[in-house]
Design a protein around this ligand. Structure first.
Ligand SMILES: *Cc1c(COP(=O)(O)O)cnc(C)c1O
Length: 374
């Protein structure tokens, strides 16, 4: 069986976990956590990075930092994972769902402005498959209406956006706040894990407090104050050193992991690009590709269902992705802005192919051949 995903281990994960255990400090914010955070800040230009126990947690921190409350509306794409909306629903916001482009699952930047009211406080952008949204356009809209931009960069590690003046910035470093995932299905993994990135300095102090159960413990450990106490809301958002040690083993190999994934992605693209029955991912000029995912768009639901079946008969697991959130059991009745046809189209027609470090060329050729014969 060729699985859809297989978590890749670099071989050093358990060694670093043993080291973490041997230090006697295995709770959060220790040596490995700080090493990982520093690595991300230096490599990708985040003003501040804080590891979290998941991307969902990092998004919840974003919702708290943005002071989201029951009077607020938050714009979120419908074609995304539940957490992109849930984190804001927990702060009692009303979610205004936005549609995708016809040929790209990302939020359609040209349709955002119509959704803005005087209640809108934030826009959540999701860089689907690690491919950037049109950030320059979205930043202009946000500045004009004084909105906070939160990047759900769960899938977007090591991916970039190029501005019209040529400046290139890492995804997750562009909005006020960003959230990454190290879930085992992502490029860089820790089992469960995530990261909050903060690019607007005014949020940094409060983020550290929210991260540490509403206390100013981080300041205490830096020797900035002589006792710590309860000063704000928060939760236990930080991971243990065991998780951070695992993550460090992955980060040491991030370049080779990315190179390998990109080679696999490119082989799919070359092998399928002449097939007129499907369309392939579009990478806009402003975006890079971090090879998080390879998907094809089938012409309709029936075609996709048949192809999934065909691949399964050949022991290959290919899977569809999100169900439009605006039609979900939890939100359909609260949804207020009509049909989102492009999101529904990706719900029915998008199919993800196996993509993991250890997928070999023979296996991949078999997948490509079956799709081309279909
Ligand atoms: C994976 C993912 C999440 C959730 O990440 P967790 O670390 O599992 O909480 C959120 N948003 C998107 C777009 C994702 O792909």
């Amino acid at each position: 069986m060729i699985p859809f995903n297989k978590p890749y281990l670099t071989g050093k994960e358990t060694k670093y976990i043993e080291e973490a255990v041997a230090t006697g400090k295995i709770s959060g914010n220790g040596v490995f956590t700080q090493k990982c955070q520093k690595f991300f800040e230096e490599k990708y230009g985040f003003k501040k990075a804080l590891l979290t126990t998941s991307c969902t947690d990092a998004l919840e921190m974003c919702a708290i930092l943005a002071d989201i409350n029951s009077r607020d509306e938050v714009i979120v794409p419908s074609y995304t994972f539940v957490s992109s909306a849930l984190a804001f629903v927990r702060q009692n916001a009303h979610i205004v769902f936005a549609d995708s482009y016809p040929d790209n699952p990302n939020i359609d930047a040209d349709k955002i402005e119509n959704l803005i009211t005087e209640k809108t406080k934030a826009i959540v952008v999701v860089h689907y498959a690690g491919i950037a949204c049109d950030m320059e356009k979205i930043l202009e809209i946000a500045q004009k209406h004084n909105l906070i931009i939160i990047e759900d960069a769960a899938q977007a590690i090591d991916s970039f956006y190029t501005f019209r003046d040529g400046t290139k910035k890492a995804l997750g470093s562009i909005g006020h706040l960003g959230a990454f995932s190290f879930h085992e299905t992502k490029n860089i993994i820790a089992g469960e894990g995530g990261m909050l990135t903060i690019n607007d300095e005014k949020f940094i102090n409060r983020a550290e407090i929210i991260w540490e159960k509403g206390t100013n413990r981080s300041m205490f450990f830096r020797g900035e104050i002589n006792k710590y106490g309860w000063v704000d809301t928060g939760s236990s958002f930080l991971p243990s050193e065991i998780i951070s040690a695992f993550l460090w083993a992955q980060l040491e190999n991030i370049d080779s992991i990315q190179e390998k994934r990109l080679a696999i992605w490119n082989r799919y693209f070359e092998g399928l690009k002449d097939n007129k029955n499907f369309s392939l991912p579009q990478i806009p000029d402003y975006a890079t590709n971090n090879a998080h995912m390879f998907f094809i768009i089938c012409k309709d639901l029936n075609c996709r269902t048949e192809l999934i079946k065909k691949l399964k008969e050949n022991e290959i697991l290919a899977v569809f992705h999100y169900l439009s959130l605006h039609k979900s059991e939890f939100y359909a009745e609260k949804h207020s802005n009509g049909e989102l046809a492009n999101s529904d189209h990706f719900e029915d027609c998008l199919l993800r192919l196996p993509l993991y470090f250890e997928l070999n060329e023979t296996e991949q050729q078999k997948i490509i051949d079956i799709i081309n014969k279909f």
